[in-house]
Write a protein that binds this ligand. Structure first.
Ligand SMILES: *[C@@H]1O[C@H](CO)[C@@H](O)[C@H](O)[C@H]1NC(C)=O
Ligand SMILES: *[C@@H]1O[C@H](CO)[C@@H](O)[C@H](O)[C@H]1NC(C)=O
Ligand SMILES: *[C@@H]1O[C@H](CO)[C@@H](O)[C@H](O)[C@H]1NC(C)=O
Ligand SMILES: *[C@@H]1O[C@H](CO)[C@@H](O)[C@H](O)[C@H]1NC(C)=O
Ligand SMILES: *[C@@H]1O[C@H](CO)[C@@H](O)[C@H](O)[C@H]1NC(C)=O
Length: 791
């Protein structure tokens, strides 16, 4: 626990001082707005209108403005296009016609198009801005760049902005970015580091336009305003499930070059729906306007999500998709795209408050209706004795209704059998006149319904927030990377998965119905239609586990997923046998990245494993504080221990830090650990030791050339690693070879060369430390995946 707390504090401190000048302290001055991609779709539909709205609201504030549209096209080509868009902006409904005409006229006069392609173009723009400031003797408030361009252009534009367009006299710089921010963790990290070389984090505003939707922005305030009703019921005892759903009726035509690379999970689930999930489940910040607190509470929720793998998702693709891809991307008839256009994901939050509550994230194209909502369904804990259908009373639910669908307007709905909500906000009103519609199973008159008094377009809201430097409604970098680290494993597990093909619209019938089975999700109906495309290639994935011999020991081999599954089963068998015999199971686990897949598997299927009787020991540790990300214990904690119900006193990290220093011989850390083992583990024989093997043949932290005979009969030793951090603490071969069972797990193509060399060695040698693993009773099993075995 203390691990997390320390990190939070660290992160909070790091944020201090980053605070943008707040609105209040800003003196009025001049603001330059630059929309790059000025004539694109987004600019046409939302951005110019949003900036016009802001202009209308800000003129009172005393700031003056200029608006620059930028793009690749030359000025004479793009200028008329851009002004065509600008003429189309509309005024607030309650504004007089004369005032509207006046403001629009001013807005048009403040706008111009500039070609922004080369560095010179950006330098010219900067000169132009500075000259204007000088000529009119204005102070500069700031410069806002809105990058409405494909993401591959971000790094280059950011660099040009940094080189030439920074305000010189102390105004702010704000650069707005649109998704996609990468397509997996690695690419998101690459993009983030490219951008970080040009822009400071507080200068970047990553847009998720869902955070500008009024209903979604209302989730946290609603939770706060109704805290006294929600506190007793906002937990696993009362919540049956949470659903976050975005159904669309459109197809993807016209967006293929983007969509086919991303698919529904990257397009809307990783970002929009995940954000909504966090708002519903995060700890309520004590100060809703504190960006730091909001971000930290969001991160905690992401960190406590149980890992998502292929059993937590079902995917589909509408029938016409492939021919649209072939047509639009100019592909041949045999080109098959596996990109999902529908997905349903089942997530679980591993926190006491929400343990076991299913959280469904669902979205798709070409579905029966267009509707978006988040609904919290409560358990039926009331028995209605005279209800027609027995004990079932009316459903009790809270719905954040984003719009469209039967209700047609955004609203917060609370079923009347729950409580009468309070919305302390002049911008919201209660709706009491109801039409004859039903919303998610209840007539609308069965709900208390609240809707915004005025509907605002999400982009206009967000643009206003950018002006006020209000970072809450934007995606922080920690948030972004953390979200990708949740979604990337699920996405890679889908790499060659075949989506279920659905016809689209009403014809989908029950084809996409979903069945929740514990932690897993599947389609309710077994395969409905299989087109020939769907069967091709599946045989390569068939689950086969091979038994054999490797280096005179038993070997199990399979594709990585089945291999990890088999190892988990074998480990559980060993655990159950040990518990039956002696009431306790002593397990020693290695660090490194190889066992992560196993840890995830154990974390997801932890209910039948006898964790209560298991003692977890470390095979080895790096000499760093336990809370650091490099620490093996930290990895083990975050990926496994944190998720299972293991008693605190059964966890045995290695004492690498004693007397405020790391791995110093005189502190006798190794001896302390050894003495713990001798005291607690019968005969110092662990029941199960899990080891990995490094490229140089090292295992545990026993590296080539280490004089292992010097360890004598010691069970634990300080060792040296050729790579950083150099100092390690490790079990010795004496300890390892006393174990009842040893598993050596080897995975990945990168290990193939090493496996080949090992298979040729006859005798044990210190140049290949792993050859010294020879448990006395010969209960060594190699678990080698096909990638490592076959290459
Ligand atoms: C911006 O450019 C300058 C050099 O012109 C460089 O020193 C700086 O590190 C760059 N990045 C940021 C975030 O300022
Ligand atoms: C809440 O946070 C905002 C922004 O950091 C700050 O200005 C305000 O003073 C805080 N309010 C309270 C009551 O702490
Ligand atoms: C489509 O692909 C064919 C062959 O790959 C090529 O000859 C043709 O120019 C392409 N057409 C377009 C519009 O890209
Ligand atoms: C300890 O191990 C020995 C030998 O393996 C066995 O005979 C004995 O029963 C074990 N003791 C306990 C308490 O399990
Ligand atoms: C392997 O060990 C055996 C017995 O210890 C010895 O006779 C043999 O020469 C060794 N082989 C090699 C290649 O070192």
């Amino acid at each position: 626990m203390f691990v997390t707390v320390l990190l939070l504090l660290g992160a909070l401190c790091a944020h201090k001082g980053h605070g943008q000048e707040s609105e209040a302290t800003q003196r009025p001055g001049h603001v330059s707005v630059v929309i790059i991609g000025a004539t694109g779709d987004l600019a046409r539909k939302y951005l110019w209108q949003g900036f016009f709205n802001t202009y209308v609201n800000q003129v009172k504030g005393g700031n003056t403005f200029s608006f620059y549209g930028g793009g690749q096209s030359s000025s004479d080509k793009a200028t008329p296009l851009m002004f065509e868009i600008l003429k189309g902006v509309s005024c607030p409904k309650d504004m007089s016609q004369e005032r509207c005409a006046l403001l629009k006229d001013q807005f048009l006069r403040l706008a111009q198009y500039r070609q922004l392609k080369t560095l010179e173009h950006y330098q010219d723009l900067a000169k132009h801005i500075e000259k204007k400031l000088q000529d009119e003797a204005m102070t500069e408030t700031g410069r806002l760049f809105y990058l409405s361009v494909p993401a591959y252009a971000y790094a280059d534009i950011a660099d040009k902005i940094n080189q030439s367009c920074r305000p010189t006299m102390g105004g702010w710089l704000r650069v707005v970015l649109e998704k996609p921010f990468g397509h997996d963790l690695l690419s998101a990290e690459v993009l983030a580091s490219q951008l970080a070389s040009s822009l400071k984090e507080e200068e970047m505003y990553r847009i998720d336009h869902y955070l500008g939707k009024q209903v979604i922005a209302k989730i946290l305030p609603f939770r706060k305003e109704n805290k006294k009703f929600l506190d007793p019921i906002w937990n696993k005892h009362h919540i049956e499930r949470v659903e976050i759903v975005l159904k669309e009726t459109l197809d993807v035509q016209g967006r293929m070059s983007f969509y086919d690379q991303y698919g529904v999970i990257r397009d809307v689930i990783q970002n929009h729906l995940t954000e909504v999930m966090m708002l519903l489940t995060m700890r309520l910040p004590s100060n809703l306007s504190s960006s730091e607190e909001v971000v930290q509470n969001k991160l905690r929720i992401l960190d406590s999500l149980l890992p998502l793998g292929k059993n937590q998702v079902v995917i589909g693709q509408y029938q016409g998709y492939n021919s649209e891809v072939q047509l639009e991307l100019n592909k041949t008839k045999d080109h098959i795209s596996l990109t999902p256009t529908f997905a349903a994901v089942l997530a679980h939050i591993d926190e006491a408050q929400f343990e076991g509550v299913p959280i469904l994230l669902i979205s798709g194209k070409m579905l029966d209706k267009r509707v978006g909502y988040a609904r919290v369904v409560f358990k039926n804990d009331i028995f209605c004795l005279q209800n027609q259908n027995g004990v079932h009373c009316k459903p009790r639910q809270i719905i954040f209704y984003f719009g469209h669908g039967s209700l047609q307007y955004p609203a917060v709905l609370v079923s009347k059998n729950l409580f009468k909500p309070v919305l302390m906000d002049a911008e919201w009103k209660e709706v009491t006149e109801h039409s004859d519609v039903s919303v998610l199973g209840l007539p609308v008159s069965d709900y208390y319904v609240h809707t915004p008094t005025k509907q605002h377009e999400a982009y206009s809201e967000l643009i206003a927030h950018i002006f006020s430097g209000h970072k809450n409604s934007f995606i922080s970098i920690e948030n972004l990377l953390s979200s990708w680290s949740i979604w990337t494993p699920l996405l890679s597990s889908l790499n060659s998965a075949y989506p279920r093909i659905y016809p689209g619209g009403e014809d989908n019938g029950h084809m996409l119905d979903i069945h929740l089975k514990g932690m897993d999700i599947s389609y309710k109906n077994e395969v409905v239609i299989i087109s020939p495309d769907q069967t091709a290639g599946t045989s390569a994935n068939s689950a086969k586990v091979l038994q054999g011999k490797f280096c005179n020991a038993d070997m199990v081999s399979a594709w990585s997923e089945e291999l990890v599954g088999q190892l988990a089963v074998d480990m559980q068998e060993a655990a159950e046998a040990a518990v039956l015999e002696s009431g306790v199971f002593h397990l020693a686990l290695s660090g490194g990245s190889t066992p992560l897949a196993l840890f995830h598997r154990l974390a997801l299927h932890h209910f039948s494993f006898p964790w209560r009787n298991t003692h977890v020991w470390m095979v080895d540790e790096r000499c760093v504080p336990l809370a650091e990300v490099e620490s093996n214990f930290r990895t083990l904690h975050d990926h496994l221990l944190h998720h299972v119900r293991i008693p605190y006193f059964n966890i045995h990290p290695m004492p690498v830090e004693l007397n405020h220093r790391l791995c110093v011989e005189e502190d006798r850390g190794a001896q302390i650990y050894e003495s713990d083992i001798r005291t607690l583990v019968n005969g110092s024989s662990f029941h199960f030791v899990l080891l990995g093997v490094g490229f140089n043949g090292h295992t545990a932290s026993l590296f080539p050339g280490a004089k292992v005979e010097e360890h004598g009969q010691s069970l634990v030793a300080l060792t040296e690693s050729p790579v950083k951090p150099h100092q390690r603490m490790s079990l010795t071969f004496t300890a390892i070879n006393r174990a009842h069972r040893v598993a050596l797990l080897v995975m990945g193509k990168g290990k193939h060369e090493m496996i080949t060399q090992l298979s040729r060695l006859k005798n044990s040698t210190d140049r290949w430390p792993v050859t010294n693993v020879k448990p006395d009773n010969n209960r060594l099993v190699w678990y080698i995946d096909y990638d490592a075995l076959i290459g």
